[in-house]
Design a protein. Structure first.
Length: 109
């Protein structure tokens, strides 16, 4: 009984560590990208561009976009979201291989 509780506690601690890692990643993403964006807009405006030209420049949002892709994959891992190989996919594959194995077994009888 005590061993089971210890395993549950270890799983909970591992889960908390994953969540904490994701939230740290999210915080760093927001802080660093905000700094980069504000800095880029100020520099571009100093060089004679209007606010709209400086703000809507692709370079301003490129880091947000590409780092955001990595952040999205991190979130998918932490929150156990897998649209490609989810539980339904696993169940279909198990059923498929069990049926194939049964078919092959009957074939040799």
């Amino acid at each position: 009984m005590e061993n089971s509780n210890l395993e549950k506690k270890e799983r909970a601690l591992r889960r908390i560590k994953e969540l904490k890692g994701f939230y740290v990643h999210l915080t760093v993403y927001i802080v660093i990208n905000s700094f980069i964006s504000v800095n880029k807009v100020i520099r571009n405006m100093y060089n004679g561009e209007t606010f709209d030209e400086a703000f809507f420049d692709f370079g301003t949002f490129a880091v947000w976009f590409f780092w955001g892709i990595g952040l999205a994959f991190h979130a998918m891992k932490v929150f156990s979201y897998n649209p490609f190989f989810g539980k339904d996919w696993e169940e279909r594959q198990i059923k498929k291989y069990m049926e194939q194995e049964e078919k092959d077994f009957k074939k040799y009888l």
